[in-house]
Design a binder for this molecule. Structure first.
Ligand code: UFG
Length: 318
């Protein structure tokens, strides 16, 4: 297949590109490098510097069999401070992309959605037909695009798949998390270990066994492989949704404990106030992805995810 990957210079996008290339596909990346890195685009992929809003000029130059759409703004706190940015980049950007795809006769799209669409779930593990009730504009933008894809599938017959990622972790070769600012627990914990500083625990008064938030961590290579499977099952006139997680939750304190095991370092923690927009527990049911995509996470162990991230952090220090 000839695949266009938007956001292919980012953390997850770059691993998606690597796995597509390894599977023998042709890949073109479009990325504005606002958060991505040019050197994260794996060799063998064509690179176009640009925003999703400019994608049509790329599309007319060649025909793609499908698009994997990851380009987005993805900071929860930023989305609360600047919701318009999320409307512009995530919602309007995707609307433009879909129009360009339809004009170019490209019918297949795999979209990077998020567990953030569910908000505070009524039941865990969360199934795909749980109501969407996002707690922040980031999650709302992903829910809006999901809905848009459903409508476009019904109206124009596109083949659409939304993959709702839970908490992505780990690295793949030299590809890993390089966010600026970094907001995610695992990279911040590893950085704290390296610098000998304490890690902040955002709230220990949640209704969970140890009082800290519980998340379902999933290895980035398993996330990436789900995109390849989704490209295979996407069928015209259909919008499918799949949760991607391991179905097991770990608290913030359990993640910090994993980082202590992996690094062998003393890692102090200090409790600070809750972070706005954080649900207490997010754990996926990924039964549908397993059943319909044949998706089987190969690296489900938390310690392995933390270790993969740690190896990359150490390599970057050298
Ligand atoms: N946390 C801390 N200290 C930190 C950083 C995070 O205690 O320094 C806590 C958070 O409060 C949260 C947990 O660790 O309870 C995980 O936080 P992350 O920022 O690593 O991940 P999130 O669960 O907030 O975010 C992930 C995705 C987002 C997505 C969100 C949906 O990274 O893109 O899930 O809820 F929007």
């Amino acid at each position: 297949m000839n695949v266009l990957v938007t956001g292919g210079a980012g953390y997850i996008g770059s691993v998606v590109v690597a796995r597509l290339l390894e599977a023998g596909h042709d890949v073109t990346v479009i990325d504005d490098l606002s958060t991505g890195h040019r050197d994260a685009v794996p060799d063998g992929a064509q690179f176009v510097l640009g925003r999703v809003q400019q994608v049509s000029s790329t599309l007319v130059r060649q025909t793609f069999d499908g698009v994997v759409h990851l380009a987005a703004s993805s900071l929860v706190a930023e989305s609360i401070a600047d919701p318009q940015k999320y409307e512009t980049n995530n919602v309007a950007g995707t609307r433009h992309l879909l129009e360009a795809l339809l004009a170019a006769g490209i019918w297949k799209i795999v979209f990077s959605s998020s567990a953030a669409v569910y908000g505070e779930p009524a039941r865990v593990p969360i199934e795909e037909d749980a109501p969407t009730d996002p707690l922040n504009p980031y999650g709302a933008s992903k829910a809006t695009v999901d809905q848009m894809l459903g409508e476009e599938a019904a109206r124009h017959g596109i083949a659409a798949v939304s993959l709702r990622y839970f908490n992505v972790a780990g690295s793949y070769g030299t590809l890993g998390e390089r966010h600026d600012p970094e907001t995610h627990l695992i990279p911040l914990t590893l950085r704290a270990a390296l610098e000998g500083k304490p890690i902040a625990v955002f709230g220990d008064d949640y209704p969970t066994p140890d009082g800290t938030c519980i998340r379902d961590y999933i290895h980035v290579v398993d996330i990436a492989d789900a995109h390849l499977l989704a490209l295979g099952v996407a069928s015209p006139g259909t919008w499918r949704v799949y949760n991607l997680g391991n179905g097991e939750g770990f608290s913030v304190r359990q993640v910090i404990a994993a980082a202590r095991r992996v690094t062998g370092m003393m890692l102090a923690e200090h409790v600070s106030t809750r972070r706005a927009g954080d649900p207490a527990v997010l754990v996926a049911s990924s039964e549908r992805a397993r059943r319909e995509l044949g998706w089987v996470p190969r690296k489900p162990e938390l310690d392995e995810m933390v270790a993969d991230s740690w190896h990359l952090v150490q390599r970057q220090q050298q």
